[in-house]
Structures are given as structure tokens and as C-alpha cells.
Design a protein around this ligand. Structure first.
Ligand SMILES: Cc1cc2nc3c(=O)[nH]c(=O)nc-3n(C[C@H](O)[C@H](O)[C@H](O)COP(=O)(O)O)c2cc1C
Length: 208
């Protein structure tokens, strides 16, 4: 061709770098997928390395007075079986809807603290939510647990300080859907035909 179109095009293609499209999940999509999972695929092991990746996010979060009072005990592999009977998942669910044997979390993160108080609790909430969001980003999921037996957990894991919360981690094996709650509706989560539903208040109902 008179204007060397083909040669120029070939050179352009040779010089152009391959396009790498990185897909970053939005915060909103991570939050929506970050449900409280109580049934897990036991065949997906969660390694100590996985848990360390989750804990890494706690280095970038706020802490009252920057005191950073939280310490973490990682529980993986066979040791997780020690924790299963000491935590209560889905206390509001009827017995038949509770997680079945074999669907237990693959791992746990036990948050501990020597200190107590409002700032410690708020630190805990920020840390737990950050860890759970990271878990979702990694294709895992979990549930934050306050309903556990602290004395028995301390003994089972030989904890050097009091446990204040447990975060279960695994590959979720259940479907959870959020539903809009209407004024006056019960906010209790429930299960229907094997699916877990969680009612959430719309923005207009949380304004005062
Ligand atoms: C402070 C706190 C304590 C919780 N404790 C437990 C618990 O002990 N056991 C449990 O199964 N779920 C527990 N959950 C999970 C809640 O039941 C769950 O967040 C709620 O049902 C809403 O579901 P969602 O997390 O999927 O939005 C806890 C959540 C929070 C924030």
C-alpha cells in the first residue's frame, strides 16, 4: 500500500504491550459477599499461611490510642477439632438447620487481649471485619463468634491471655441471601429450603 499501512500496523502491534486487565472487587461487592457462613467445605484446607495473609490486614487498621492490644492464636489442621465443640454457630437457628458434622470451619483465629474496655471492643470489630473481608477476597469466608466457652478454649489451646472472640474461617458451602426488611419485620436470620436469609434494614429506616 502506498502509505505503508500494513507495515506501520504490524510495527504498532509488535510494539504494543500486552494488555493486563486486573479485576479488583469493589468494597461493596466484598461487603455483600461477606456473610456469616456456618457451613464449610471441609476438603478445602486453610493453612497457617492463609491465616497469616488474613492477619496481615490488621497492620493497616486503626486502634484506640494506637495501643494495639489484640493478639491472635491461629488454629489450623487437626487442632481445629478442639475448637469445634467450644463455639456455638447459629444459636438462633432450629437444630435441623445447624451446620452438620463434616461442615465445620477448617480453621480459626482466636483474638485475645489482656486489656478490656470500649476501645478494645471497637478495635476487635475493626480487626474482625477487615480479616473477614480479606477472607472473602481470597475466596474464603467465615463468621465472627462471641458465643464460645472462654475457659474451655483457654485450656484447650493453652492460651497465655484471655480469648475475647473467635473468627471461623473456611471455604463456604452454603448460599446466603440478603433480603430487605420492611418496618416491623423480624430481623432474625432464617433458613428456607436449604438457603440462609438475612434481613437488613433499608437506609431510610436507619436514619434518625
Ligand atoms: C458482635 C457479633 C457477635 C456474633 N456472634 C456470633 C456467634 O457467636 N455465633 C454465630 O453463629 N454468629 C455470630 N455472629 C454473626 C451474626 O449472627 C450475623 O452477623 C448476623 O446474623 C447477620 O448475618 P450477616 O453477618 O450474614 O449479615 C456475630 C456477629 C457479630 C457482629
Amino acid at each position: 500500500m502506498a502509505d505503508n499501512y500494513l507495515e506501520r500496523r504490524e510495527q504498532e502491534l509488535r510494539e504494543s504491550r500486552p494488555k493486563v486487565v486486573r479485576v479488583h472487587p469493589s468494597l461493596e461487592s466484598l461487603l455483600k459477599r461477606n456473610r456469616s457462613y456456618r457451613g464449610f467445605d471441609a476438603s478445602r484446607e486453610v493453612s497457617r499461611q492463609d491465616l497469616l495473609r488474613l492477619l496481615e490486614v490488621t497492620r493497616w487498621i486503626g486502634s484506640g490510642m494506637n495501643a494495639q492490644p489484640l493478639r491472635y492464636r491461629l488454629v489450623t489442621g487437626a487442632e481445629a477439632a478442639l475448637v469445634h465443640p467450644l463455639v456455638k454457630l447459629g444459636a438462633a437457628l432450629p437444630e435441623e438447620h445447624l451446620p452438620h458434622p463434616g461442615e465445620e470451619p477448617s480453621a480459626y483465629i482466636v483474638a485475645c487481649s489482656e486489656k478490656t474496655g470500649r476501645a478494645v471492643d471497637i478495635d476487635l470489630g475493626i480487626a474482625a471485619q477487615s480479616i473477614l473481608l480479606k477472607a472473602v477476597e481470597m475466596g474464603l469466608g467465615g463468621v465472627f463468634i462471641l458465643n464460645f466457652n472462654p475457659a474451655a478454649l483457654s485450656e484447650a489451646l493453652s492460651l497465655p491471655m484471655p480469648p475475647i472472640a473467635v473468627i471461623a474461617i473456611g471455604k463456604p458451602s452454603e448460599n446466603i441471601f440478603l433480603v430487605d426488611a420492611r418496618p416491623g419485620d423480624s430481623l432474625d436470620y432464617y433458613r428456607k429450603d436449604g438457603v440462609h436469609f438475612v434481613p437488613k434494614l433499608p437506609v431510610e429506616d436507619i436514619l434518625i
